[in-house]
Design a protein around this ligand. Sequence first.
Ligand SMILES: [Zn+2]
Length: 90
Amino acid sequence: MANTSFRVQAHKFSQDNIQTTLVCSKCDEVFSKEFPLDLEGQTIEFKCPVCGVPGEADLPYKSAEEREELEEDFEEAEEEEGGEEFEEEY
Ligand SMILES: [Zn+2]
């Protein structure tokens, strides 16, 4: 058997990092871990903080909904999203 896997049970994107809740397939414990935003969508190897077994987790991509939530904080985002489509010949 290859690596242990850490299943992503829940995740949340903040503006600085990806906050995940993971389950270790070896010890079955749930733990939380934060990753840099750069690692979105990638497979990351690290050791289980509970039992210490090396394994890997597939980090999620940010969904469209989550992108919008974050963009609410930036005024610039409104220009990208709004505007053009609204005015489309109706
Ligand atoms: Zn473990």
